[in-house]
Ligand binder design. Structure first.
Ligand code: ADP
Ligand code: MG
Length: 701
């Protein structure tokens, strides 16, 4: 084992033995463990409980509350089997002969039923829901209680992430074996004590032991909330590891070379002359930052953050021209076809006077058209705009110098790398520019985008009018429709946005069709169009063109128009079932109006009654249109996972940390991360391997 001493800090690799070294862990179990990423003993130490079940007490049936997970004990009063819709078993228990709890089973074996007789005492655990005959638990965990065996658990019961063929009990017992091998702190710690001395953290060993086996006197409430000092200790280290892995990624990428793109500025000057507006000073500043990066022989890694409507597209055009001036190619990728098409149109219009014609590549470009595009990319195409189709196999560039990705939160690091690799030429890679409209609170950005430099466009183009926002119950739909009639009569244009909870394009399209038919009936004489994800690209394009040119006054749309769509004359937006959407999405949608010089408004129509959370969201929307304020609120209400779109990207999935809850740790994470990546690269690597393992393996970065 390597062993170096640094000021009383012992750097020893511990826990790296394979799990097979533990007694009783054979090949089958080893294989099951491997499926959840556990190969070495330390992986078991850091396989943390997802949550806890509180079986330290029995809740009286009369005190049950809907939604709570509880342990209950009672005598079986009645058992009933029925086959009305499907086989089901109802068992009614009581602990005081007056209040009853129903246990409901849809899957059960005969042997099970035979054990459940009136008079038998049961101990159950499960979540209480609202049943037809009062409180009930569906498929509770239960055991029969024989006299004398009725103590409750002394500690919280940890619930681990498991996998098929490996149950809670078995996993817990293996973890228990591994914990016996937990070494002393000097050996276990990877963050030098001198760096964390100001934080007054628990020792890592104590923290691990506590979260795996909370003692009887542990602060149960804190553990359930995830705010216990032991959890905070581990959350800190997990956040630090993620932060370090992104820093590593950055270092790796920056080891490559990149073409120095220091053009003569002619095309850029021509662009400024042909634009119908002057750049804001924020746009100019960001353009400057980008130009500086691109003039370096190392790849640019820059994120441009700017609220909806702040004018990111023209910044992208500027960067593209800087590359084109030097004879390099540029690829711009957007997450949806609608948005990519819009970029194609905007850039096409701005760049046509300069003699540059962007090439289009989306999944639907097939056959001969595709062959033509491929040939162009391999030869003299200067700029290609498209969707993730750009990352597909077979796409090859002549000399890709810059990759621009719009709406970063929909793509992940891996996808970014995949596109970049299209332009890999030996040790040289293209520059990368990422645009995002998701305003991210600063501390969060430092952690989530530690691999990128950040530029902020913190100024909207002049002449924007603030959007007045109201929330109205759907019972006032009639009034809202009247308002649309008046707006259209005044020559204004209107969006009607249909939303659904289910992320089903088909259902959403159906809802839009229904609204389209209804509004068509009520608003005679008004030209109505409809756009949704199920339309063919040509049809979509035709409708959008009609709306842009004013031939359509009212556009019924699904949330496909959420990102990027830009029609300045549209000044009223109605969002149906606004209570279903998150704040970030509402903000994006609302950003489609208020782009011209007329006073704009947004009507958030909701289905009463509102949940407390939905009420807060709608209130926030009424009170502010500042993307950063909304982002902070969103973070508070939802947590950052969703905010950053982790679902799609696989980025920022934590075992124990929660960015919203643990945001207070991030300043230290940033500070210690900076020192460690400078002074202790070997420790950083081990820390990342310990917490993130193969998941963060950007081996080819
Ligand atoms: P976003 O940052 O949301 O992508 P866009 O790039 O789509 O914003 O810009 C929104 C609108 O503002 C577009 O119509 C664009 O042409 C216009 N725009 C951009 N910059 C300026 C500016 N400096 N002055 C006036 N209008 C601008
Ligand atoms: Mg945009």
């Amino acid at each position: 084992m390597p062993r170096t001493e640094k000021k009383g800090f012992v750097d020893v690799a511990a826990g790296l033995e394979p799990v097979g070294d533990l007694p009783g862990v054979g090949p089958a179990l080893q294989a099951a463990l491997q499926r959840i990423g556990i190969e070495r003993i330390q992986d078991l130490w850091f396989h943390l409980p997802l949550r806890y079940e509180d079986r330290t007490r029995l809740t009286p049936i009369r005190d049950l509350r809907i939604g709570e997970s509880v342990q209950v004990e009672g005598i079986i009063e009645a058992v009933e089997r029925s086959f009305r819709f499907r086989p089901q078993l109802r068992v009614v228990i009581s602990d005081d002969a007056r209040t009853m709890l129903t246990l409901r089973f849809f899957n059960f074996r005969r042997s099970q039923v035979e054990q459940l007789n009136p008079g038998t005492r049961l101990r159950c655990y499960g979540q209480i829901r609202h049943g037809a005959q009062g409180p009930e638990i569906v498929h509770p965990q239960y055991q029969r209680v024989t006299a004398g065996a009725s103590e409750v658990a002394e500690t919280l019961t940890p619930i681990y992430p498991v996998t098929e063929g490996l149950g809670q009990k078995r996993l817990a017992s293996v973890i228990e074996l591994a914990l016996r091998k937990l070494p002393a702190d000097e050996v276990l710690e990877l963050v030098p004590p001198i760096l964390r001395k100001d934080m007054q953290l628990l020792s890592l060993r104590a923290a691990l032991l506590l979260v795996h086996r909370p003692p009887a006197d542990a602060d149960v409430a804190a553990l359930l909330l995830g705010t216990h000092p032991a959890q905070q200790r581990l959350a800190f280290e997990e956040l630090l590891s993620h932060h370090l892995s992104l820093r590593q990624l950055r270092v790796q990428i920056r080891q490559h070379g990149a073409p120095r793109l220091r053009g003569d500025g002619k095309l850029r000057k021509a662009l400024l002359r042909s634009l119908p507006f002057r750049l804001t000073s924020a746009q100019q500043r960001v353009n400057g930052e980008i130009a500086e990066d691109m003039a370096e022989a190392q790849p640019m890694l820059r994120l441009v953050q700017g609220d909806v409507g702040s004018g990111k597209t023209v910044v992208a055009a500027w960067a593209a021209l800087a590359a084109i001036e030097c004879g390099y190619q540029v690829a711009l990728m957007a997450p949806t076809e609608l948005l990519a098409e819009q970029h194609l149109r905007n850039l096409g219009a701005w760049l046509a006077p300069l003699g540059i014609e962007p090439v289009w590549l989306a999944g639907k470009v097939q056959g001969k058209a595709r062959t033509t595009v491929m040939a162009a990319l391999a030869a003299d195409a200067q700029l290609v705009v498209g969707t993730h189709a750009l990352m597909q196999q077979g796409v090859q560039f002549r000399d890709l110098g810059l990759v621009i990705i719009d709406e970063q939160h929909r793509f992940g690091v891996h996808q970014r790398l995949a596109l970049r690799d299209k332009g890999r030429a030996g040790e040289r890679v293209p520059h990368q520019l990422v645009l995002t409209a998701t305003p991210i609170p600063r501390t969060l950005a430092m952690t989530a985008y530690a691999d990128l430099d950040v530029s902020v466009i913190d100024e909207l183009p002049p002449g924007r009018t603030p959007v007045t926002t109201v929330a109205l119950s759907s019972s006032r739909r009639g009034e809202v429709i009247e308002r649309i009639r008046i707006a259209c009569a005044e020559g204004r244009q209107v969006y009607w946005v249909c939303t659904l909870i289910e992320e089903s394009e088909q259902l959403e399209a159906q809802a839009a069709e229904v609204a389209f038919a209804e509004l068509g009936g009520l608003l005679e004489g008004i030209a109505i169009g409809i756009v949704h994800g199920r339309l063919k690209p040509m049809e979509k394009q035709a409708v959008m063109d009609d709306f842009r040119s004013g031939r359509i006054a009212l556009l019924v749309a699904t949330t496909v128009i959420e990102v990027g769509v830009d029609v300045p004359n549209a000044s009223l937006m109605v969002i149906e079932n606004a209570e279903r959407l998150g704040l970030a999405q509402l903000h994006q949608l609302r950003g489609r109006v208020g782009r011209g010089n007329q006073a704009s408004s947004c009507v958030l129509m909701y289905q009463a009654p509102l949940s407390a959370m939905a009420r807060e969201r709608l209130t926030a929307m009424r009170e502010t249109s500042d993307g950063f304020v909304i982002a902070e609120k969103d973070l508070e209400l939802r947590g950052p996972g969703e905010m950053l779109g982790t679902r799609q990207t696989g980025r920022l999935e934590f075992r124990i940390a929660d960015l919203a809850r643990d945001a207070g740790l991030l300043v230290e994470v940033q500070r210690i991360g900076a020192i460690m990546s400078e002074a202790h690269p070997a420790l950083c690597e081990r820390l990342v391997a310990r917490w993130i393992g193969a998941a963060s393996n950007f081996a080819n970065a």
